[in-house]
Ligand binder design. Structure first.
Ligand code: GRF
Length: 216
């Protein structure tokens, strides 16, 4: 059977984003900065964290409603149900996973097909999982990078929107490699979000075609 084409429509006016986080929130900051600069025609309606983390402080500092929904003793379903309440209120065009460390359930993903994107700190399908930088470094790769992809039911697996490579330098340490890697992510992620908002993505099976020209 041939894959059906899915065209992501251009969003009129400001795109509503919900950003899910678990960590220091440097990617969230890159998105906030892109919004503030006017290069992303979007509004971050809510930031949701599954734990106390610096990302929440970044959101609050910028006046973005931020919520901590700890998993604690909750089942995955009940935890996601709480998060869903916030998401439904925000009614986002796009859910952005910016260092969110929990795996979303299949039913959650199904509700938001092609409306969730994630950034992974390696060139998928290499080094999936939670330690992209460390695993790539340990393996001794000469080139790594990051991947922004749609989220599907499998971990670090959905159709790829952007991959931005990064060369490993002879004098790199894991720390310097990670540091440059994060800076690389901060360029790729807003760029992919912008393409989504501008309706430039067409998905056919695993392949995401990028159409048209970038807006200002
Ligand atoms: C990033 O490396 C991201 O690719 C990974 O988790 C890290 C999050 O960093 N999924 P930050 O919280 O955005 O600083």
């Amino acid at each position: 059977m041939r894959d059906k084409e899915v065209v992501i429509p251009r969003i009129r006016g400001k795109a509503r984003l919900v950003v899910l986080v678990s960590g220091s929130g440097t990617n969230l900051q890159a998105i906030i900065n892109a919004v503030d600069k006017g290069s992303l025609r979007a509004e971050i309606k809510a930031v949701v964290a599954d734990r106390k983390c610096y990302a929440v402080e970044r959101a609050l500092k910028r006046g973005i409603p931020a919520y901590i929904v700890e998993r604690g003793a909750l089942s995955r379903e009940s935890h996601e149900r709480e998060i869903l309440k916030i998401i439904r209120l925000a009614d986002p065009h796009l859910i952005v996973l910016a260092g969110y460390m929990l795996l979303l359930s299949k039913s959650f993903v199904k509700k938001f097909r092609y409306k969730i994107i994630n950034i992974h700190p390696a060139l998928l399908p290499a080094f999936p999982g939670t330690h992209g930088y460390e695993d790539a470094w340990e393996y001794g790769v000469k080139v790594s990078g990051c991947t922004v992809h749609f989220v599907d039911e499998e971990m670090d697996h959905g159709p790829i929107i952007i991959q931005k490579p990064l060369l490993v330098r002879e004098d790199d340490t894991l720390e310097s490699f990670k540091k440059r890697g994060l800076r690389n992510e901060h360029i790729a992620f807003p760029k992919a979000i912008k393409m989504f908002i501008e309706g430039r993505l067409v998905i056919k099976g695993r392949r995401v075609a990028i159409t048209g020209k970038a807006g200002r």
